[in-house]
Design a protein around this ligand. Structure first.
Ligand code: T4K
Length: 368
């Protein structure tokens, strides 16, 4: 029997349901370029995420690249961001020919430390790109105040935050734009996919144009765009998965609570505290292995692996320490981010995880 446990497992609708749903494509032969299902999913997700405007994209990374491009920042401008994230966040900034300025994060939830942002602002700063890491919401209110004061744009990387609400409002309502990822490894997936939520219709139109090569008409191209359109097979997967999203979230919540209950009394094992103002999507199960634990983070990672359990060090190393970025940008004290990154481990966590699988993992951590 294959008893391998991976860090996550894609949620999928019943096979027959998807097969039935894709049948019309064999009549229409319309497979991509903002087809019927693309438009339908865009509208359904806009409603579900409770945002004014939503542009569906081929993946979360292109959503972020194009969201940044849409604001037309001058080349070489500075963007304040977090290094405690997936590499995509920093890549999207640099591929837009902007300079990342890395800001430290908070130990309490891994999000950008809003109290450190102001010190990093210079006359070249144009934007703040924070990350709602693991679905933990940033301090959106303070960040907005700073942005207003210094006339900066705020673009949230909400790749992990599908369905998260802050004070009862969809998380994509905050800032000038928020991007979501619908990758196969996410809470909600369209196989590959993503979206940008914006407050103003003019940005929706801009993004529509940018995701389709900047084409305005058959003989007119107005922007240096990309190809970032979601195809119809992915959109249909999204429509099917959306029917089950509330059940998926409930299954994740049950498993989350089980882990929390089982791990709470182990010395040196810490989990992030969930704020009462946030309704969570239980996207990941990150655990911090502190100095007084019987095992180090790396030893635990190896021990789990020996037992066919594949946890992941999301996010180690910091993106600022990756070979392609190391020593290239401003040197800033990232003490807390570095510490978190050395302690973090994401345990396997998904909606169909069995109690026996969770117990196997817990027993290893408990050394029993
Ligand atoms: N911003 C942030 C903060 C992000 O975390 C991400 C993506 C992005 C932006 C960009 O969004 P996308 O362009 O990806 O939409 C994974 C994902 O590929 C990536 O989407 C995600 N963040 C990142 C945190 O994790 P890997 O390299 O760790 O994936 P991989 O292939 O090792 O898969 C991990 C596990 O997931 C596997 O062990 C099993 C499971 N899995 C994987 C695949 C591919 C499935 O169950 N089904 C699958 O189809 O990056």
């Amino acid at each position: 029997m294959d008893d391998k446990i991976l860090v996550t497992r894609s949620s999928m609708p019943p096979y027959e349901e998807y097969i039935e749903a894709i049948k019309p494509l064999w009549d229409s032969h319309w497979l991509t370029n903002m087809g019927k299902y693309h438009r339908e999913l865009e509208e359904k997700l806009r409603e579900y995420l409770d945002v004014p405007e939503l542009s569906l994209m081929v993946n979360g990374h292109m959503a972020l690249e194009l969201a940044i491009q849409a604001f037309g920042f001058p080349e070489g401008s500075e963007v304040i961001t977090t290094p405690f994230t997936f590499i995509s966040t920093t890549h999207a900034i640099v591929r837009n020919r902007l300079q990342p300025v890395f800001c430290d994060v908070k130990e309490s939830d891994g999000t950008i430390d809003e109290t450190k942002i102001e010190d990093l602002i210079t006359e070249n700063t144009v934007a703040i790109i924070p990350v709602h890491v693991y679905g933990n919401a940033c301090n959106v209110e303070v960040i907005q105040k700073i942005a207003d004061q210094y006339n900066l744009k705020v673009i949230y990387d909400a790749a992990h935050a599908f369905g998260v609400k802050y004070k009862g409002k969809g998380i994509g309502n905050y800032g000038d734009a928020s991007i979501f990822s619908f990758h196969a490894t996410k809470v909600y997936n369209t196989i590959e996919g993503g979206a940008v939520a914006v407050n103003e219709h003019k940005y929706y139109e801009k993004l529509y144009n940018l995701k389709n090569f900047g084409i305005q008409g058959e003989e007119s191209v107005t922007e240096v765009g990309a190809n970032a359109k979601m195809n119809e097979l992915c959109a249909i997967m999204g429509l099917c998965n959306l029917r089950y999203i509330n059940d998926t979230l409930e299954e994740r919540r049950k498993r989350y609570d089980f882990y929390i209950k089982s791990l709470k009394d182990i010395r040196g094992i810490k989990t992030f505290v969930k704020s009462k103002e946030i309704s969570s999507n239980y996207a990941y199960f990150p655990v911090l292995i502190e100095d007084d634990c019987w095992i180090t983070r790396d030893q635990l990672y190896d021990k789990l692996k020996e037992n066919n359990i594949y946890a992941r060090k999301y996010f180690f190393p910091l993106t600022s320490d990756q070979i392609c970025f190391k020593d290239k940008y401003k040197k800033i004290c990232l003490k807390k981010a570095r510490r978190l990154s050395s302690q973090i481990i994401c345990l396997p966590f998904f909606d169909t995880m069995e109690e026996e699988q969770m117990t196997r993992i817990i027993n290893i951590i408990k050394q029993s």
